[in-house]
Write a protein that binds this ligand. Sequence first.
Ligand code: E4P
Length: 215
Amino acid sequence: MKFFIDTANLAQIKEAQDLGVLDGVTTNPSLMAKEGIKGEGAILKHYVDICNIVTGDVSAEVIATDFDGMVREGEALAELHERIVVKIPMIKEGVKAIKYFSEKGIKTNCTLVFSAGQALLAAKAGATYVSPFIGRLDDVSTDGLKLIEDIRIIYDNFGYETQILAASVRHPMHIIECAKIGADVATCPLSAITALLKHPLTDSGLAQFLADAKK
Ligand code: E4P
């Protein structure tokens, strides 16, 4: 399973890249705002800065919600860097835009997906990635991981090549369950990735080994 980091914070992206396990980055307008990145020029520059840190795909989200606007923004984003994936919301105009980009060979990430039906539409339109938001489903008492399972079954039934990118990941168990189900990618906060490292028996075992090494 690929690991993406879900942030626009350059220091965190670099830390994950340095760990040697990073396969890509996802951003969204809220994450960009959180880093204080404002204005079109600064936003576009920030995407390029991210692309220059990592070696994998970098999702950059369009703001327009009409077809022409999404195409205009998406084409400008795709021209920024070869690693840019155009992130498009799961709305009617978005499905049309995904189809358009798919026919032009531009990678897309269909975002804000909360149902298997939406994921089926994204795959039929030719999305490179589909992003089901599992944490936000859990937040409203709906099983986010069950959605990943359903999408896996549907995509495998018909051999859709769209990659399932589990999004809105909150903690390490989300990552482990996504790996068991067969999600292609999990995009995670750095804290969830580094939490996979931790086990108290590793810490106590290492402390014992280091103490014994001195004897
Ligand atoms: C994914 O691409 C989204 O940016 C992200 O995972 C949303 O996560 P949140 O629900 O923690 O905001």
